[in-house]
Write a protein that binds this ligand. Sequence first.
Ligand SMILES: NC(=O)c1ccc[n+]([C@@H]2O[C@H](COP(=O)([O-])OP(=O)(O)OC[C@H]3O[C@@H](n4cnc5c(N)ncnc54)[C@H](O)[C@@H]3O)[C@@H](O)[C@H]2O)c1
Length: 402
Amino acid sequence: MSERKTGIWFIGAWGGVATTSVVGLVALQKEIAPLTGLVSELPLFQNVPLAGWSEFVVGGHEVRQIGFLNAAQELVEKSNLFSADLLSAVAPVLEEFDANVKQGTLINVGSMIEKISCDDAKKQIGETPAVALKRIQSDIEQFRSNHQLDQVIVVNLASTEPAMDLSSVPETWSELDAILQSSDTSPIPASSLYAIAAFKAGCAFVNFTPSIASELPAVIELAETRKVAHCGRDGKTGETLLKSVLAPMFAARNLQVLSWVGHNIFGNMDGIVLNDPENKATKVHSKAHLLSDILGYDLQSLVSIEYIESLGDWKTAWDHIHFEGFLNTKMTLQLTWQGSDSILAAPLVLDLIRLSELQQRLGRSGIQEHLACFFKSPMGTTTPEFALQFELLKQWVEEVTQ
Ligand SMILES: NC(=O)c1ccc[n+]([C@@H]2O[C@H](COP(=O)([O-])OP(=O)(O)OC[C@H]3O[C@@H](n4cnc5c(N)ncnc54)[C@H](O)[C@@H]3O)[C@@H](O)[C@H]2O)c1
């Protein structure tokens, strides 16, 4: 039994993915959940000294008032994600974790996220970036000291932010810091403020969303000087995972992909936020660049994301792939992917937490390129093919078990 204690700090704590991750974590702690879907439970990791499930405690930031238990109940009622029996077994721990959730910031999150947030969160509108940073950092540090944690891993699971013009953001930490300390308004979005606060508190950071977060030169520099590990961006759970597996097949067989059309429909809260054209643009960009990166040429591709309320957390993606083979003959592959967004994402979130915790514990800071296979737009690597990304993870396993 491990004596370490590790904190998980979710930004967007009461959202679908974070809540499912917490339900799953507590079920694993109680040994009432199977290990299916967890990459870190593959035989590959048998000799890797990853944290045990029992050592984790959860807290986080939110901008809505709902609570883990209510959020989980909603996932059961609307989307039938897990059984009511499982939920009642984990309920007391979910309620304990609720006490660790604090008010987040709405700085530069866009009007759609402001609209879904609660009155208490809206009261913070207008706070300066310096005040927000201090508050966020102190919430994380308080959580660490209250629970006597060895480490805290901060995971961004907040709603996707609209893209901001970041062209005038300075590239060095000292210049950005000076602006953040002296200005009334912030030149960077909330996701980046959360990453900065995490780094200042000495925490590893995982960005599971398409928002920019730690992927700014000045923030990358801060992570290096604070010697913390970070990774992102945008968890690769469904349609893009398939693209990163299938596109290399077309490339390896010298088949010319002419067009790739993907229509996505789903009805959870992420879908409501992504229904806003500005927030949707960030997600579509994250999904769209992969094909030309893998195939090496431009092709007509279309990604649509539509909110269909009745589907709840269940996403359907239809892909229509038109390609040309020998003697100019045109052919088609069509596929349908139906999956629960949160059930696909939650185990990967738990894997990323364990892998980041070990990286940090081993004193290996900076961007974690070896986690590329978990992300749609992986930081620190230009390798878009899933199989090659998974090789990076295998190499890391070899390094840390030598
Ligand atoms: N399969 C997947 O579900 C998947 C895959 C890849 C990426 N993602 C990304 O993960 C994120 C979470 O997805 P979800 O389905 O849980 O969404 P969700 O809408 O259910 O949850 C997001 C939560 O973030 C909270 N939030 C928004 N802005 C915040 C802020 N500034 N500070 C603190 N909390 C804030 C919201 O109140 C909400 O509870 C989204 O950005 C999504 O695009 C999800």
